[in-house]
Design a protein around this ligand. Structure first.
Ligand code: TYD
Length: 208
């Protein structure tokens, strides 16, 4: 077990993770934790370069296996360079997406299977599983329409509604499978209510 605290934020595209991550960082800092935010795929120079390949909307021919291995590669580098050393230094890390994204998007929605994706990712992440994961649950239609208003869509966001429905349902399945680690929250609630639920749950871990 590392000395720090590792929290991950998960959910379909457009579920409001970034807002909640910022609010959680402020809370942890008030509680005295030096807190680092990171995002996946990305967070290091190499991982950001891999992100550029993965999300390039011209690469429509990318196979699910290639996609899964690229996400795992970006993750291995992030663990080696950032997450591992930060946790070992006793700090808090909040990651915008982590291994559950691969289990859901590649394992379930792309159909590679959760077990296979987990096996590869175990090599990439070693002992660094999150202490707690928040799943911001949102119907696929709502997430997609929120994203459309924001920016130009990337290769994953351009996937069909069918795909995004599998993602939303896949996340719910993960929440049911790992109830001790994953806390599911209704992402249609007001921002401050969601934040309150997250803080409540983090407070319980900080006291352990
Ligand atoms: P990003 O712009 O970071 O999306 P968001 O703002 O919704 O977090 O793009 C990351 C995309 O990559 C997103 O569609 C989810 C997908 N993804 C996977 O398919 N597998 C993974 O392992 C990760 C980390 C992300």
């Amino acid at each position: 077990m590392s000395k720090g605290i590792f929290i991950t934020m998960e959910g379909p595209d457009g579920s409001g993770k970034s807002t909640q991550i910022e609010l959680l960082k402020s809370y942890l800092e008030e509680e005295g934790y030096d807190t680092l935010i990171t995002r996946e795929p990305g967070g290091t120079a190499i991982s950001e370069a891999i992100r550029g390949i993965i999300l390039n909307k011209d690469f429509t021919e990318m196979s699910p296996m290639t996609e899964m291995l690229l996400y795992a590669s970006a993750r291995a580098q992030l663990i080696a360079e950032v997450v591992g050393p930060t946790l070992e230094a006793g700090k808090a890390v909040i990651s915008d997406r982590f291994v559950d994204s691969s289990l859901v998007y590649q394992g379930i929605a792309r159909g590679l299977g959760i077990e296979k994706v987990y096996e590869v990712n175990r090599l990439a992440i070693g002992e660094y599983m999150p202490d707690v994961t928040f799943l911001l649950d949102l119907p696929a239609e709502v997430g997609i329409s929120r994203k459309k208003d924001q920016k130009e869509l990337d290769r994953m966001e351009l996937e069909s509604l069918e795909f995004h429905k599998k993602v939303a349902e896949g996340y719910r399945e993960m929440g049911r499978r790992f109830p001790d680690r994953i806390t599911t929250i209704d992402a249609t609630l007001p921002i401050d209510e969601i934040s309150g639920l997250i803080k409540e749950s983090v407070r319980a871990i900080l006291k352990v």
